[in-house]
Design a binder for this molecule. Structure first.
Ligand SMILES: [Zn+2]
Length: 153
């Protein structure tokens, strides 16, 4: 006999709202082999198989959830907590933050001139941006390997 904690209630459906008002629905399900399937209705998820909505939820940040409830959050965590996917989501979260910070630095701190010091500063900023982009790419590749394939794929 499985106890309740060994047999999570599948799937859990959460609605999230973007800052611009767009609504998306994320369906989270534990499938055979203990993998997690997370399908979001946003364009990014459809195009790339992952999205920041999924990362936010896996990092137990529910700020964008529409009509949040303790019961829904409990059921969601019951499905995902302790899985390799949830552990990887924290790494993706850090890699995303580093990448966005490097991108902001490139926009905000890039010198406009072409003297020697300015060119060196641009090279430093570009190196930071390239490093964080490569790291994010590698981290996302590992994250996606922990995701169960989408429906019909
Ligand atoms: Zn999404």
């Amino acid at each position: 006999m499985l106890t309740r904690s060994e047999l999570p209630e599948n799937p859990v459906v959460l609605a999230v709202r973007d800052p611009d008002g767009c609504l998306h629905t994320i369906t989270t399900e534990r499938v055979r082999g203990g993998k997690i399937r997370m399908i979001c209705t946003c364009d990014a998820n459809r195009a790339s198989g992952w999205c920041e909505h999924a990362i936010q939820l896996l990092c137990t940040r529910y700020d964008s959830v529409v009509d949040p409830s303790d019961d829904l959050e409990f059921r969601f965590e019951d499905v995902v907590m302790g899985t390799p996917l949830a552990d990887m989501a924290d790494e993706v979260d850090v890699a995303l933050a580093d990448f966005h910070a490097a991108l902001r630095d490139m926009d905000a701190k890039r010198p406009s001139g072409l003297d020697r010091d300015q060119l060196r500063r641009i090279a430093e900023l570009a190196t930071d941006l390239a490093d964080t982009a490569s790291h994010l790419d590698a981290t996302l590749t590992r994250f996606k390997k922990k995701l169960a394939a989408g429906l019909g794929s």
